[in-house]
Design a protein around this ligand. Structure first.
Ligand SMILES: [Zn+2]
Ligand SMILES: [Zn+2]
Length: 165
């Protein structure tokens, strides 16, 4: 938790509370509403520190409800899925299709965007590459072929520096 931000992109979302607050501000600026359940789901995704599956989120929310009664009944699975949809559609989280899990986006001020991810198969960390050139090139090539991309999954699997070392 004491990791300095912005050195390792993986640690960019080290402070879940700060991250939720940043998204709250972004929502305000963009005229969106970060409802309590959306904020809750976002906080859990940020707090996970690695890609988290919807199934695990549901479990965390269920357990949390037992603990403090907060939002009991309001966190039925469809509600959680709708919260995830909202967060995805607005670029606050990303879905990693190859592992079917969610990660917080560490630049919540940009709108929905597709970027490549490096996913470690050993420690399951996922690093978002902030290189939009790769995406722009891909879009350009697709366009030149008359192809209209609707979904983009750029996920590179392997070993992170720590695990490879
Ligand atoms: Zn992102
Ligand atoms: Zn690793």
């Amino acid at each position: 938790m004491a990791e300095p931000a912005c050195i390792d992109p993986r640690h960019h979302v080290h402070d879940a509370h700060g991250f939720v607050a940043a998204v709250e501000r972004a929502c305000h600026e963009r005229g969106l509403r970060l409802t309590p359940i959306r904020a809750r789901v976002l906080g859990l995704v940020a707090d996970a520190g690695q890609p988290i599956k919807a199934y695990d989120l549901l479990e965390l929310i269920r357990v949390g409800n037992n603990d403090d009664g907060e939002g009991a009944g309001a966190a039925a699975p469809p509600t959680v899925y709708r919260a995830l949809d909202f967060l995805l559609a607005n670029g606050f989280i990303h879905k990693l299709e190859s592992v079917n899990a969610f990660v917080a986006c560490h630049h919540p001020n940009t709108a929905q965007h597709s970027v490549p991810f490096l996913i470690c198969d050993n420690c399951h960390s996922a690093v978002e590459l902030e290189d939009l050139d790769v995406v722009a090139q891909l879009e350009e090539r697709a366009k030149s072929l008359g192809f209209r991309p609707q979904a983009q999954t750029l996920e590179v699997h392997g070993l992170c520096a720590r695990c490879a070392g």
